[in-house]
Ligand binder design. Structure first.
Ligand code: ADP
Ligand code: MG
Length: 300
């Protein structure tokens, strides 16, 4: 497929972002002035961030969207238009590219709740002589009182986890182990799904921002302890983590026993979880519990 055809097909397969003055189709996109003030970029390189053997192109498209959504959520923001730079290597055929686009669409539909406006608004398409490289730029909108930085944590704040820790790392370890799916511990397919199709806490991040409940916020992409350290360094504070409060599902325990790997390696140091870690002052905790009940998400 020629580049021009690809762009046409791509635009036709994608639900356009609404509310843009100009999306795909001109030399540049035209946005509403003054609306989107957050920008995040994530790149996935074949052989580094994904392997064709473990992930389908649909999964890869999903993940590209999820990781960027997670970054905007981690600022307390709402996602907006995104831009896809696609460098297509030999191992991605036409059908793969279409599947990748479909995976992006599926992730957007599944992870972005009603009421948010997000979608593909442009990009660039080239050939790569080596591995495929996918770069997504996602814009977002800060909450009215400003984005939540890593630097606002104060002594006495509680550390709140929204999402799951260790699942994705355990899922990847299972795939790497070569254990056939029939021999996986019960429930382990959820761990593998967490690796292939991570969830981003889009609504939760935006709610924290809107209600001004978190003093600092970060998403866990490189492992809980690693990312918590970034937050602590940014805020010049220390922390005590009570691991007894981190939920550990049976499937994770069973997988840890089956592979002979310490559970805490995955929970505390495993990557690709895309949970949120927030610091919250004790007087805001009540309101946060109430929001969690109202919008049906778990915090720990
Ligand atoms: P130019 O040569 O002027 O950069 P392109 O042919 O690269 O123009 O792009 C034409 C239009 O198609 C632009 O609106 C651009 O944003 C869009 N586009 C190109 N590649 C992609 C892509 N991978 N995803 C989304 N939009 C794309
Ligand atoms: Mg171009």
């Amino acid at each position: 497929m020629k580049e021009f055809d690809l762009i046409r097909v791509l635009a036709a397969r994608t639900k356009p972002m609404e509310g843009l003055q100009q999306g795909i189709g001109d030399d540049a996109a035209v946005l509403e002035p003054g609306r989107f003030d957050l920008v995040t970029v994530d790149t996935m390189v074949e052989g580094v961030h994904f392997r064709r053997a473990w992930s389908t192109p649909r999964d890869i498209g999903w993940k590209l969207i999820a990781v960027n959504l997670s970054d905007i959520a981690a600022m307390g923001g709402a996602p907006g238009p995104y831009f896809l730079a696609l460098s297509v290597g030999d191992s991605l055929c036409e059908a793969d590219i279409l599947a990748l686009i479909d995976g992006m669409q599926e992730a957007t539909a599944a992870l972005v709740p009603e009421g948010f406006e997000t979608g593909l608004a442009g990009g660039d398409t080239t050939r790569s002589p080596g591995p495929s490289v996918l770069t997504l730029t996602l814009l977002g909108e800060s909450p009215p009182n400003g984005a939540i930085r890593r630097s606002g944590a104060r002594p006495g704040d509680r550390i709140v986890l929204i999402g799951d820790l260790g699942w994705a790392a355990a899922g990847l370890a299972l795939l790497d182990s070569g254990l056939p799916p029939e021999a996986w511990p019960s429930g382990a397919q959820h761990l593998v799904a967490a690796h292939r199709r991570p969830h981003a806490q889009v609504l939760q991040g935006a709610l924290l921002g809107l209600h001004g409940l978190a003093s600092a916020l970060i998403d866990v992409s490189d492992g809980c302890v690693h990312d918590l350290r970034h937050l602590l360094e940014g805020s010049h504070v220390g922390a005590r983590l009570n691991t007894a409060h981190i939920p550990v599902p049976d499937a994770l325990r069973a997988t840890s026993r089956a592979l002979g790997v310490s559970l805490w390696d995955w929970v505390l140091a495993g990557g690709d979880d895309y949970a949120l870690l927030a610091t919250v002052s004790p007087e805001h905790m009540g309101q946060l519990w109430q929001l969690a009940r109202e919008y049906d998400f778990t915090i720990s």
